[in-house]
Design a protein around this ligand. Structure first.
Ligand code: HH2
Length: 264
């Protein structure tokens, strides 16, 4: 899943693609590099980010969505607002990727009224502006995140959304310390055991900065390492900025598993 941030303030690529022509050129390049899904977002959810209105979020992403919907590539929309989801669904997007797991008012009912759109339910506590104040977990973090995701998936199914439409995401960097993020990768199998496909986003995140001492723009190698470990831990979807490098790493892993060079 290639990340298309149409934002002036995303933590690693903010301001690079906040014009729709730049975002579209970037999205095209991600597809050429091998992205199977494009994840388009119009609001930064980095720790401490200032929220934007639904109108502003939609103004940013609408032209990009309208264009990429014609490319025959699955499109996901990264939003936590029901109003934005409704407009994106009207365009026929394939996945709603919600860092708040459909907890905005009306979001669950809106998605339940659809029959096929996928939903990604991510674990977070509080709001992006306050989430780093919520990193104390009673039980250990992996058990707490697993329990929360299982319960949320159940609630979403009870509202009428079929299991085959659900992806779960531990929410790396959302209300978690670096050590907690690392534990979620080391023990990711406990999350894949929940029996839903897992989406995982380690790309350029601050834990990788703490581990390597590098700023966001220089975290591609660290991100690829984390993505490969996540894939080996059972992740089905990797949300990444550096698509070409991640695809190469996955090709090497697959070739090793197959014991053969893929035919071209
Ligand atoms: N991380 C970010 C945004 N959306 N969605 C899911 N499902 N999982 C994630 O881990 C995730 C996400 C934050 O990363 P990014 O888009 O690079 O930055 P920003 O929020 O600053 O735009």
């Amino acid at each position: 899943m290639g990340i298309v941030n149409v934002t002036p303030d995303s933590f690693s690529d903010g301001g690079h693609y906040d014009r729709s022509d730049a975002a579209l050129a970037h999205a095209r390049s991600l597809v050429e590099q091998g992205a199977d899904i494009l994840d388009v977002g119009g609001e930064s959810t980095r720790p401490g980010a200032t929220p934007v209105s639904a109108e502003e979020e939609w103004r940013r992403i609408e032209p990009v969505l309208r264009a990429v919907m014609g490319w025959n590539v699955p499109v996901s929309v990264d939003t936590r607002r029901t109003a934005v989801m409704a407009q994106a669904l009207a365009l026929g997007v394939d996945i709603i990727n919600d860092v708040q797991a459909l907890q905005d008012e009306g979001a669950l009912a809106l998605l339940a009224a659809q029959s096929r759109t996928g939903v990604c339910l991510m674990h977070m506590r509080g709001q992006p502006s306050s989430m780093q104040a919520h990193t104390t977990y009673e039980d250990d973090v992996v058990k707490a995140v697993a329990a929360w995701l299982a319960q949320r998936a159940q609630a979403v199914r009870s509202a009428g959304i079929g299991a085959e439409r659900i992806l779960l995401d531990p929410g790396i960097g959302f209300a978690k310390t670096a050590e907690q993020n690392l534990a979620l990768l080391k023990r990711q199998r406990e999350l894949s055991a929940l029996d839903y496909p897992l989406l995982v986003g380690w790309s350029r995140k601050s834990t990788l900065g703490l581990v390597t001492g590098r700023p966001a723009a220089e975290r591609a190698a660290a991100s690829v390492a984390a993505a490969l470990l996540a894939a080996q831990g059972g992740a089905a979807v990797l949300r990444v900025h550096d698509v070409a490098q991640t695809v190469d790493a996955l090709r090497v892993w697959r070739a090793v598993e197959a014991g053969a060079v893929p035919s071209t």
